[in-house]
Design a binder for this molecule. Structure first.
Ligand code: UD1
Ligand code: UDP
Length: 382
């Protein structure tokens, strides 16, 4: 039996984490693979599609500047309805916790089509953080037919909520499959000259000079908008002023709620480089060459342990406790003093740095996709 699948995603992190699955499905003769992007993100999604050479079969193209959660939910729900009715897939893949994930899974449920949930089972147990992602992920966990949990603790969360154990598989996170693809490609295809052109000669020289301290920053969480972002920017501005030998590099998320405060507070500082969102391969190269990462991102918390990079996470709670337990990730919230103290500690104390920079693989070995496909193959052929 050939299984007709529809893989749906819409934002940058979903695209990165679904790309290895799309490639795996396309190369598997027992699946007929179709891809629908909602384009909840546009430029940041297209960067990833281009790197992985994915041409979607359907593009809902829903992004409008300043769209809110209501707009995104309604546009995805209605757009996917038509795709599902035309294509009639046997199975719909969704990923994680975005509004694209929630609304497309709901559309599949309404059409009585089974949902396979990738990166299932992560929980903070706090509906306010991450907002609205904790609710999105939990709701999909309520009705998905196949739950692919990245870690044992994610599986335990699902079992605690009453999901039958024979519907949950621990596979590792596909983010590591993607990371390995990108690092292989970076090693094989890109020279120093490429990176010098990409970042500009001056910044490139700063980045690769081992005596410089490079701090890579990303941030975009809704619950940090407003005061949280003000405190984050103050912490960066004051740390940069006190430590002229530190270089902050901040690819700024395109959300206006992020762009405006960041550019206003940090736009004029010599050792803070605000740049556009990076293509995935450039971001991975930069992570590899950074000393410390300061972020509120989910995906970055998962990638950094494999690369042995210390991460200070600007959140009070995380649904990814594994990297905290492994010692690579530390929660500093959005408190200005805590962020500054975390940076000082890591960059001025060799022992603290040593402890946090040990590589580990709590999110798997990069073989999540073959495991997912093998489980599904067994299911459909038993
Ligand atoms: C979304 C996800 C979040 C995920 C994040 C990854 C939800 C509720 N949020 O948050 O879980 O962690 O993506 O980055 O699903 N924009 C552009 N171009 C782009 C992307 C965004 O201009 O390529 C701007 C637009 O003005 C858009 C705004 O950013 O309206 C917000 O995008 P949205 O997807 O609603 O929220 P994110 O904060 O990106
Ligand atoms: N990333 C990227 N370019 C950037 C910043 C991040 O390609 O400029 C990648 C990063 O490697 C990770 C993912 O985007 O895989 C994280 O996305 P984001 O922080 O937007 O979302 P989250 O993971 O928090 O949902």
């Amino acid at each position: 039996m050939t299984v007709r699948t529809l893989t749906v995603f819409g934002t940058r992190p979903e695209a990165i984490k679904m790309a290895p699955l799309v490639i795996g499905l396309e190369n598997h003769q027992d699946f007929e693979s179709h891809v629908c992007v909602t384009a909840q993100h546009r430029e940041m999604l297209d960067q990833v599609l281009s790197f992985f050479d994915i041409q979607p079969d359907f593009d809902l193209d829903i992004m409008q500047p300043g769209q809110d959660l209501h707009d995104v939910t309604v546009k995805v729900l209605l757009g996917i309805r038509d795709v599902l009715r035309d294509l009639k897939p046997d199975l719909v893949f969704v990923h994680g916790d975005t509004t694209t994930c929630f609304a497309s899974a709901l559309a599949a449920f309404y059409e009585d089509i089974p949902v396979a949930h990738i990166e299932a089972g992560l929980r903070t147990w706090d509906l306010g953080a991450p907002f609205p992602e904790e609710l999105n992920r939990s709701i999909v966990g309520r009705f998905a037919e196949f739950h692919f949990a990245p870690t044992q603790s994610a599986r335990d969360n699902l079992l605690r909520e009453g999901v039958p154990q024979d519907m949950v598989w621990v596979t590792g996170n596909t983010v590591i499959d993607a990371l390995l693809m990108a690092t292989d490609r970076i090693e094989a295809q890109y020279s120093e000259e490429h990176w010098s052109d990409r970042f500009g000669e001056d910044l490139f020289r700063k980045i690769i000079n081992p005596t410089n301290d490079i701090i890579l920053v990303t941030g975009h969480r809704r619950e940090n908008f407003g005061d949280g972002f003000e405190r984050i920017c103050q912490a960066i501005a004051e740390s940069a002023a006190r430590n002229e030998h530190w270089t902050f590099i901040y690819p700024v998320h395109l959300n206006p709620n992020v762009q405006d405060p960041v550019k206003t507070s940090l736009g004029e500082l010599d050792n803070v480089h605000l740049i556009d969102p990076l293509e995935y391969e450039s971001f991975i190269w930069l992570m590899n060459n950074a000393d410390v990462i300061l972020t509120d991102s989910g995906g970055v918390q998962e990638e950094a342990p494999s690369l042995g990079k210390p991460v200070l996470v600007m959140r009070d709670v995380t649904e990814r406790p594994e990297a905290v337990n492994a010692g690579t990730v530390k929660l500093v919230g959005t408190n200005q003093d805590a962020i500054m103290a975390g940076l000082e500690d890591l960059l001025n104390r060799d022992d603290a740095y040593e402890v946090m920079s040990r590589a580990s693989n709590p999110y798997g070995q990069g073989d999540a996709v073959p495991q997912i496909l093998a489980e599904l193959y067994d299911h459909y052929h038993s």
